[in-house]
Design a protein around this ligand. Sequence first.
Ligand code: IPE
Ligand code: MG
Length: 227
Amino acid sequence: MDGNGRWAKAQGKPRIFGHKNGVEAVRKTISAAAKLGISVVTLFAFSSENWRRPEEEVAVLMGLFVTVLSTEVKKLHKNNFCLRIIGDKSRFNENLQKKMAQAEQMTAMNTGMVINIAANYGGKWDITEAMKKIAIKVQSEELQPSDIDENLITNHLATSNIPEVDLLIRTSGECRISNFVLWQLAYAEIYFIPICWPDFGEDSLIEAVTWFVDRERRFGCTDEQIS
Ligand code: IPE
Ligand code: MG
């Protein structure tokens, strides 16, 4: 979800105005995704690198997380959505950590669409943590080095609940991955659009999914094999 700041700036408004409108785009996107029958949506809300932003902006974003978690979780629960927060939560303040845990607990048994919020998340962080967990198990001889395969690595990631990514959408015209889920992006179709995140919504999601269904996904095979 990129471009909140530039969207606001283009209107002569402070960056925070963009973040607030970004929340509305999240609402629209989640409801459109559910209508389309998408089973998992992962939103990159805050990266491990976003702490480098000015203190006031970080504080406002944290405040926004708390507010959104407080106001939205009941609605998500009513819709049978399962909310998961992925990332290193230990760096958030106690109140926010509590809200995150409550939101996850409330929706944990829901069977509908899974919504992952990546917060203080980095793809490299995720892989590094998985490696540490595996190394500890090898050290204690719970695992042998020969047990390490792709599935085992996947199962040790914070994102182990997400399947391989089918479609990655990045808004705001930037053409990079910026340390988002790296491992499961191996065969993702990557869609870059120029519009900023606050302008994203049902129509943009439908356009992206329409583009996606027309892609021929070969996974290393030839097109003859696929057809
Ligand atoms: C995305 O918008 C929201 C977050 C990363 C929290 P940005 O804040 O990155 O907006 P730009 O890229 O500066 O326009
Ligand atoms: Mg940005």
